[in-house]
Design a binder for this molecule. Structure first.
Ligand code: SAM
Length: 247
């Protein structure tokens, strides 16, 4: 995976160049109400590449551009390249292991994603799957929090997590969800091809995705708070998986 230095591409020419290149673009922000051929071309290119285009007020662009002349457009670009699903499977194959993937259903905090990547690397997870929308992508803050793990844990981003889970199940994986009403995670064995789903910081796992899970797991809690931080829960669960695989 190749590191890039910036999180934002600012201005019309750089935006066009980035969209025409192989660079992974997370989102396009275009100033609402501004009409220009270059902006139309940027929008069309983005849509062709299945990149989300957001019309935003000028004030938002001013903020993103941090004083630079944005000419009505800023791209949020990935700090790192994304993998595809097959590359995640290859990662497991290379090690001669059954796949063990983490699916993140809408993690929004870059520190949580970075921290989950750090644990995932430590426990030999073969890849992380994130959705393209309503979730933090691979940004510089994620990279920093991952303390280098971003270089080693492939991240695949998909349009529809439910469909991806269906595909994973067809390819032989057992999919385990996590919430407050499941089996005690200490009884969980992650032997065999496995995917573990961690939910959004506020909403947890979306109901439709939950329905697709083969089993739900719970970390018992006896205190007063309702749940653990997503990355803390992920760490405990990943390590139960790690241990149950004979490590
Ligand atoms: C902050 S919690 C979300 C809480 C949300 N209100 C709910 O009811 O699911 C974020 C994610 O961390 C994981 N998590 C947190 N505490 C957990 C626990 N005690 N057992 C299992 N998973 C937990 C789950 O994946 C959850 O979706």
């Amino acid at each position: 995976m190749m590191a890039q230095n910036e999180d934002f591409v600012i201005g019309r020419h750089p935006a066009l160049a980035a969209l025409k290149s192989k660079q992974a673009v997370n989102k396009v922000f275009i100033q609402s109400g501004l009409k220009a051929d270059a902006l139309k071309e940027i929008s069309a290119l983005a849509k062709k590449k299945d990149v989300i285009v957001n019309q935003v007020p000028k004030a938002k662009l001013d903020l993103l551009a941090d004083g630079q002349n944005h000419q009505g457009v800023v791209l949020a670009v990935a700090a790192y390249e994304y993998a595809n699903l097959d590359q995640l499977f290859e990662q497991a194959e290379k090690k001669g292991e059954d796949p063990f993937f983490i699916i993140l259903d809408g993690i929004e905090d870059p520190h949580n994603l970075g921290s989950i990547m750090r644990t995932a690397d430590a426990a030999g997870i073969h890849g992380i799957i994130i959705p393209k929308r309503r979730a933090v992508q691979l940004t510089a803050t994620v990279a920093k929090t991952s303390t280098g793990a971003i270089e080693y844990v492939p991240v695949c981003r998909v349009t529809n997590l439910v469909q991806t889970v269906e595909e994973l199940k067809k390819r032989g994986l057992w999919v385990f969800g996590t919430d407050m009403h499941g089996t005690d995670f200490r009884k969980w064995s992650a032997k065999g091809p496995t995917a573990l789903v961690i939910g959004n910081e506020g909403k947890g796992i979306a109901p439709l995705l939950k329905k697709k899970c083969d089993e739900m797991l719970t970390i018992p809690m006896v205190g007063h708070v309702q749940s653990l931080n997503a990355s803390v829960a992920a760490s405990l669960l990943i390590y139960q998986g790690f241990t149950s695989r004979g490590n």
